[in-house]
Design a protein around this ligand. Sequence first.
Ligand code: NAD
Length: 268
Amino acid sequence: MSQLKVVVAGAAGRMGAANIRAITEHPDTVLHAALDRDGSEAIGQDAGTLAGLPACGISITSDAEKALAEADAVIDFTTPGASVMLSKLTSGRKLVHVIGTTGCSIDDDAEIAAAAEAGARIVKSGNFSLGVNMLAALVRQAAAALEDYDIEVLEMHHSRKVDAPSGTALLLGKAAAAGRDVDLEERSVRVRDGHVGPREAGSIGFATLRGGTVVGEHSVILAGPHERIELTHRAEDRGIFANGAVKAALWAAGKDNGLYSMADVLGL
Ligand code: NAD
């Protein structure tokens, strides 16, 4: 099999560097182009050097059309606006598009789903690690079995993170809601402040912590009478997300167009 030619979008970002390293290290993938936003200081710099590797001769560009020419796949950890824009380009070219970007609105998600319908092979997940997707499966099971226990999702990330709750916290909340056969949008309590009254039975609460350089920590707490279960994942290195994204790109290369999740890739 020839190597999958992958474009990294958000190449100058924290995840971009991890994705460039993961693609370079995997025998079945090769870095095809590196894309970042117009005006970024990284434009023109060598993508390998910026990712802490030897120079690879690929300069970071802001020209998406040029970057995608003759590519097989895009691994995209950017912003919601950029991911929606790129999904229009990947759908026209029937490319694999792995989207790790979080903070997408309902409208953004609808545009991404339309791009998948129109031709792109999209894998979108709030978390590409094996561990978190395994955790989501366990949360779903626990939420179903302990049907009267209160569920709270607690997360902590580094101080530069811009969206809250994290995409992973929402993924875990959705898993809990699926276990209870309820809609997360109707049950979630995102913020508590002031005299909010007692906890509403059946709600799914979220609490967000920000600080330092934490890559990502998530706990789902199931609290019942006189006991608590805490299911926790701690990410120690962004490589776990990047390796999962590369796995997702290789998996989607053999699939029809459509919108897939990391649970589909892992068969969970
Ligand atoms: P970051 O700010 O370090 O990097 C984002 C990069 O995207 C920046 O270099 C920025 O210039 C670039 N960008 C912005 N607009 C662009 C455009 N139009 N075209 C190309 N590039 C553009 O952020 P990060 O920590 O790398 O995280 C990026 C996203 O990935 C966030 O939404 C974050 O929550 C998410 N994330 C997801 C997972 C997961 O497993 N799904 C894991 C970690 C982070």
